[in-house]
Design a protein around this ligand. Structure first.
Ligand code: PRP
Length: 338
């Protein structure tokens, strides 16, 4: 299975969503869930978070642990998919709410909005029961699968049209406890829905002529950036740390292992644009401890072979994910590439 969203990315995004939800529900007022309110939310008027069983429980728990506003928790369960993953075309409530939501601010928490039938049906139901306000928070948004319109107020990640498991999501009741989101694929079988991992390197060209590169052989760019961008004959990579693209985690083994992995990630990113280390003109290296410099030089020299691009080396107080080394490159594209 291919890791789509590593655990650390989930944690980071959940914290961001919790921050937004806190800000929006901190005050209670006349019109609904928050911003226009006039008084701090009282303990006896908590936000009611409604989790949709079973998939949302991991996300719901992590999200609620980060909320500061008074919050009560309840659960709903619907039946919408058969064990084989097929939509049955009808929906019924298998487990209803315990709490009354009349006059309350309700936040529906979903692990994924797929066709949209589940969220749409529950949102309508909650409104029908006289909630003061109803909003939707969904960790994953599979827009390509949408069949009914569902406004998502708090969205974790937009994902491609693939069957995902982990962090609450299952395939035949398995894999819910994976700490990350992965693309499900049975061993030796074609994927449940296309496309699957590993996909060949891809690139998109914008109207400005920039080309944005992606390869599954290096850690995914989960955030507002690309693994590499080429323009006007030059390739600029994002910084790579020693993350294993298969797990989304830093490799074990300390500085040398991380440096090797970061260089391998860069090799893959360069390759996705038709380049190699011999095309690099400039490298920037960040290390948390300059005492590691000699070890870095050895590995870096190995990767570059006889090639000697320009380089800056900086000691940084801290690097993303607690990494010990990060490297980014500028390379010249080969004729006809990029
Ligand atoms: C999944 C998921 C959502 C719903 C989304 O639940 O948790 O509730 O499907 O699909 P839709 O947008 O196409 O309606 P599922 O019914 O599989 O139950 P589970 O959470 O117990 O796995």
């Amino acid at each position: 299975m291919r890791v789509l969203i590593p655990a650390a990315e989930l944690a980071r995004r959940v914290a961001e969503l919790a921050g937004r939800i806190d800000a929006d529900y901190r005050l209670v007022g006349d019109g609904g869930g928050g911003r226009r309110g006039h008084r701090p939310r009282a303990q006896d008027d908590p936000l009611i978070a409604v989790g949709v069983l079973k998939g949302s429980v991991f996300f719901l728990a992590d999200l609620l642990k980060r909320l500061r506003v008074p919050v009560a928790v309840d659960f709903l369960q619907t039946a919408s998919y058969g064990a084989g993953g097929e939509h049955r075309g009808e929906m019924r409530i298998r487990k209803d709410l315990d709490l009354s939501i009349r006059g309350r601010d309700v936040l529906l928490v979903e692990d994924i909005v797929d066709t949209g039938f589940t969220a749409r049906t529950i949102l309508d139901l909650l409104r029908h029961r006289g909630a003061r306000s109803v909003r939707l928070c969904a960790l994953l948004d599979k827009t390509a699968a949408r069949q009914v319109e569902v406004p998502i107020d708090y969205r974790g990640f937009a994902i491609e049209n693939v069957f995902v498991v982990g962090y609450g999501l299952d395939h035949g009741e398995r894999y819910r406890n994976l700490p990350y989101i992965a693309v499900w694929q049975a061993e030796g079988e074609p994927p449940a829905t296309a496309p699957t991992a590993p996909t060949p390197p891809t690139s998109e060209r914008s109207i400005s002529g920039m080309q944005f590169h992606h390869t599954d052989q290096a850690p995914a760019a989960i955030g507002p950036y690309s693994q590499a961008v080429s323009v006007d004959g030059w390739l600029y990579t994002s910084g790579q740390v020693g993350l294993d693209p298969a797990t989304g985690e830093l490799v074990a083994g300390g500085f040398e292992a991380q440096a090797r992995r970061a260089l391998e990630n860069l090799r893959q990113v360069l390759a996705s644009a038709g380049c190699g280390f011999s095309d690099v003109v400039k490298a920037t290296v960040y290390v948390v401890d300059l005492a590691d410099f000699p070890r870095l030089n050895a590995l870096y020299g190995e990767a570059m072979a006889e090639h000697r691009p320009a380089r800056s080396t900086v000691q940084a107080a801290a690097l993303p994910r607690g990494a010990l080394v990060e490297i980014d490159l500028v390379a010249r594209l080969r004729p006809g590439a990029g």
